[in-house]
Design a protein around this ligand. Structure first.
Ligand code: SAM
Length: 331
């Protein structure tokens, strides 16, 4: 490939080295804040990028400067062949890090394959520790299974394992302390995420619970000691509860967005490069790829997307501005 390297620098001098790939828009859960079943139409099989197409795009991205890839969905483990795909992704020269975001339901079935593919870092969505509440939020009575799978992942040595809790007003905000407490006894990174106005929430939605309130709740368990951020860190502000084995992270896309240090690009399952989670600006890379264009032409699509990356998303997103649902973008 005769592509120039390290070209993914946007108009605001941000180096984009992190690609999130959604490999499917389908999910085996139906979380309230993500709500995949409410999507009017699912993508047709032929609309979804094939694995070899994703791998080609990923290789071009890595050549241009991507060093980290996160595989997400929908539920990535619900797509057949996910582990073989991870394995092939791991063989891309120059790619330094692969991670996976999953709801954990199918983790036990795939844990060996994920491990063998060289994935070390797992993000697992866990919005409640209460079986009934978990059922209410996700639409499925699978808390026990997910919890057992988290234990399994710990035992297999995945590290870090980040547990993502989207804090939902009046639904699970009474469990913030319980979730945070997990980081005391387990080497788990518990991350509290402000709920973003994405998708189609019910007409009356309570205002999101913001990080200052979440943090105050966690601090009632003890002092939060800041953890120094590494250069490769994502948007979470990291802390440790005194004596804790794990960490606490706060992610504030609503109250204090992190656009100025955004280093991300996203590849949707239907083959678009998205430059901002909360904007609908995208570049179609599937059509030129399927028309047989050369790697250089596909690299030009990357560069076009990067050139269109907005500095930030709107301060306040009105319901009418809500972009597509998270299930098709991958978070
Ligand atoms: N199925 C996988 C899972 O459940 O982790 C991956 C896809 S899910 C869309 C990826 C992440 O997006 C999850 O960690 C979830 O917490 C986050 N997410 C989805 N909708 C969100 C919203 N409205 N606000 C904040 N985070 C959201």
């Amino acid at each position: 490939m005769e592509l120039e390297k390290n070209r993914l620098i946007d108009s605001y001098k941000r180096r984009l080295d992190y690609l999130r790939i959604s490999i499917t828009d389908r999910c085996n859960l139906n979380c309230l804040y993500c709500n995949p079943l409410s999507t009017e139409t699912k993508l047709l099989h032929k609309e979804i990028l094939r694995y070899e197409e994703i791998l080609r795009i990923a290789r071009i991205g890595v050549h241009l400067g991507i060093t980290k890839i996160r595989v997400t969905g929908g539920e990535p483990l619900a797509r057949k062949g996910c582990c073989d795909f991870l394995q092939q992704l791991g063989e891309i020269d120059g790619l330094k890090d692969i991670s996976l975001t999953t709801n954990g339901v199918l983790l036990n079935e795939h844990i060996d394959g994920i491990h063998a593919a060289g994935v070390k870092r797992l993000n697992i969505s866990l919005d409640s520790l209460n079986r009934d509440k978990y059922h209410q939020i996700t639409g499925h009575d699978v808390f026990d299974r997910v919890w057992a799978n988290i234990q399994l992942a710990l035992a297999r040595g995945f590290s870090p394992i980040k547990l993502n809790m989207v804090v939902q007003s009046g639904i699970n905000d009474d469990e913030i302390r319980e979730l945070a407490r997990l980081s005391l006894n387990h080497p788990l990174h518990v991350r509290f995420i402000e709920q973003m106005p994405i998708g189609k929430p019910p007409a009356k939605t309570a205002p999101p619970v913001l990080v200052p309130a979440i943090r105050a709740c966690v601090e009632s368990l003890g002092e939060l000691i800041p953890v120094t951020k590494a250069a490769t860190d994502g948007p979470a502000d990291r802390y440790r509860l005194r004596g804790g084995k794990g960490e606490i992270g706060f992610i504030s896309p609503v109250s204090n967005h992190f656009c100025s240090r955004c280093n991300r690009l996203r590849l949707t399952s239907d083959g678009r490069l998205l430059t901002c989670l909360l904007s609908d600006i995208s570049e179609d890379i599937k059509t030129p790829l399927r028309r047989g264009l050369l790697d250089n032409d596909l690299a030009a699509v990357f560069l076009r997307a990067v050139g269109r990356k907005p500095f930030s998303h709107p301060e306040a997103l009105m319901p009418s501005q809500q972009p597509e649902q998270m299930v098709s973008i991958g978070g």
